[in-house]
Design a protein around this ligand. Sequence first.
Ligand code: ADP
Length: 375
Amino acid sequence: MKSTLNILCLEDMADDFEWINYTLKKSGLPARTTRVDTREEFVAALHHSTPDIVLSDHALPAFNSIEALALCRTHDPDLPFILVTGAVSDEFAVNCIKKGADDYILKSNLTRLPSAIRAAIRYKTTEREKRKAYDAVEVQNQELRKINHELDTFVYSISHNLRAPMMSVLGLIRLAKEETDLTTLHQYHGLMETCVHKLDDTLKEILDYSRNARHQVLCEPVDLRKMINDTLEKMRFIPGYERMAIRVNVTGPVEFYSDPFRISVIVNNLISNAIKYQDELKDHPEFQISVEVSEASAVFEFEDNGIGIHADLIPQIFNMFYRATGKKEGSGLGLYIVKEAVEKLNGRVTVHSVYGKETKFRVEIPNQLSINKSN
Ligand code: ADP
């Protein structure tokens, strides 16, 4: 309990209020009491004086304890409320307790007031702690339900994504064993290589997913220009890369501090998608990457004039294993991992796309520069 209690008294009789003060003082209960006697004053005091307990008379001119109790419960379900009144019927008192009052004290027997205040505060504090614990468990349960659901989908889809290329490789090996023509054998090897790359891509995505979910978030300087250029360099061999006009523009007067691994996962996936989903029918496939770094954040924009995404599929593209096109192959994990990584960094990712025309992903990540400075 606090060393000095802040007690709000709804009481129209100044003498009764004095009597309450006297009783509290005599019992040695340290308290600061405030008297109000209208609805308006009561509401204002609830909001501004943050009382630890309310003591309420029953009948006041144009206001009463039942209304006061209802206001009190709406304001804070854990604020203790004791009815302190002249003679009321037992039935009325029971009704008040049913409606949520913690106790009722007759003015003719105020000696019980200090112990009733202590008991009500103890009870409500325990209730508040219980509810906090319950809410925390509920949040954890929701998180567990989400993880369970994702795990089910994950196991199903990953086993499919791993098995499909493996089965193809086995089929190709069987064919190769019987084959004597060298050119056909080379074709089989080429196909096997593609399947193994697919397996490797899926395994890399699983690793990124798990690393993002488990590893602690770091705060280090991130050289965005170098990271983007290195990523583009690694992607040179993706079919169609050489057709694209790619422009990179990183601006900002300050350094960017964040988690290099998660930033690289985001950059990697959004760059590879722009290359993969370019429109082969367009003469001039273009891709612009711009980043603006400020003290507060880094804002990335990945803009391409590729195949675009159907408007009604856009809301799903960040879901696990969701694919919005059959034109190119993929696991449907990339954007899900991007969203998870962005969330870990307390950032935001949004997309704007026009089917057949263009796609723009905008990612905003807080710059941890100030946190780094203060450490
Ligand atoms: P994947 O590329 O493996 O299918 P992603 O999660 O990376 O999985 O993307 C989900 C879907 O979003 C893709 O199937 C594709 O339809 C769409 N998409 C993502 N990026 C682009 C882009 N830059 N242009 C057009 N469509 C895109």
